[in-house]
Design a protein around this ligand. Structure first.
Ligand code: SF4
Length: 348
């Protein structure tokens, strides 16, 4: 039953997009309060996070992941909130690493808990690689962004720990917001140039409903590329695969590459092959969705693997998401769908 179906039998959505990536949020909790994702003013002491009983168990997550792999998924990414706050995460990594057909098993973290021992344990459990979020190299700016006074040096140490454990090259994600850290783009590029690690500069997005997003605060992909190119000439590179999120640029002098994720100025919905599973078992077919499909209930009612796979295929087959393409054109229609899901709830 585990062997993935032939390509012909795999589901595609209403725009002909296949399923390739499943992002699995294992918790809605985080030890940071990044202003563009989980502002303290909203996610404060009063905020009610998911109770443990509401979370999918590792066994349930594995069953859903297997159903998605049977429908074509090849990449699994663990996210949160902050995935490393979920206890015994290595047990889940072991389970997912055993799934036939998974070509890439990764995790996105803020590295606050990424000690050398933890990195080694994740690697031994079967994790392939790690993405680390780092939005500034200046302590005063970074602390203002993460809003828990967490220092840059500890994140850099986490990146070193990942590399030392064989989880590199690390993809370093930087959300670029004009007026906050936009002036640091070339500095961050310079810091990681020649290290083998790949910085991915992410346009500031209107995810969720709480980050006060304005188009004026978006530093677009062209501006980001120009800021880097002004210091180190870069040239575009072909994507690694269809649907790859980041547009790749290489340093002309051979010192490596960077990526730019341009959901606002250059939407890439046409090649979007990603689904997201929330920690309580809802599947979202778009990062900007307003509603998800509950799978926890059917899991706990004892659905068979076959029927579960059919549910995934049917859900994907109905999909027509292209939020980023219509973000500025169909605002009324999008507003009528209701509040968007929070990124901290389904992961980036
Ligand atoms: S906006 Fe939605 S459909 Fe478009 S690329 Fe992002 S997740 Fe995919």
């Amino acid at each position: 039953m585990d062997t993935p179906a032939s390509a012909a039998a795999l589901p595609t959505d209403t725009r002909g997009r296949a399923l390739h990536d499943l992002r699995i949020s294992v918790t809605d909790r985080c030890n940071f309060r990044c202003v563009y994702c989980m502002p303290k003013s909203v996610f404060g002491a009063e905020w009610r996070f998911l109770d443990r009983k509401d979370l999918l168990s590792f066994e349930e997550i594995e069953r859903v992941a297997r159903a998605f792999v049977r429908c074509g998924v090849r990449k699994l990414r663990l996210t949160g909130g902050e995935p490393l706050v979920r206890r015994q995460l290595e047990t889940l990594v072991e389970r997912l690493a055993r799934i036939d057909g998974v070509e890439d098993l990764s995790l996105t973290t803020n590295a606050a808990l990424l000690t050398p021992a933890r990195a080694e344990a994740l690697k031994s459990a079967g994790l392939h690689r790690i993405n680390v979020s780092l939005d500034s190299l200046r302590d005063e700016v970074f602390k203002r962004i993460n809003d828990v006074q967490f220092p840059v040096a500890k994140v850099l140490a986490g990146i070193d720990a990942a590399a030392a454990a064989g989880l590199g090259p690390v993809k370093v994600n930087m959300v670029v917001k004009r007026g906050l850290n936009g002036d640091e783009v070339a500095d961050v590029a310079e810091h990681f140039r020649g290290t083998g690690h790949i910085v991915r500069f992410i346009e500031f997005m209107d995810v969720g409903n709480t980050n006060g997003w304005r188009l004026d605060d978006v530093m677009g992909a062209r501006e980001i590329a120009e800021a880097i190119g002004a210091r180190f000439p870069i040239a575009p590179v072909q994507p690694n695969y269809r649907g790859e999120v980041a547009k790749r640029w290489r340093y002309v002098d051979g010192a490596g590459e960077v990526g730019i994720i341009s959901s606002v100025t250059r939407p890439f919905c046409g090649g979007c092959t990603r689904a997201r599973l929330s920690a309580e078992g809802k599947v979202y077919t778009c990062l900007f969705a307003s509603a998800g499909t509950d799978f926890r209930a059917i899991l706990r009612e004892g659905i068979s693997d076959e029927a579960l796979t059919q549910r995934v295929a049917a859900l994907w087959g109905r999909r027509d998401d292209r939020y980023s393409e219509i973000r500025t054109f169909e605002t009324d229609k999008l507003a009528s769908l209701g509040p968007k899901v929070e990124m901290s709830y389904i992961g980036g």
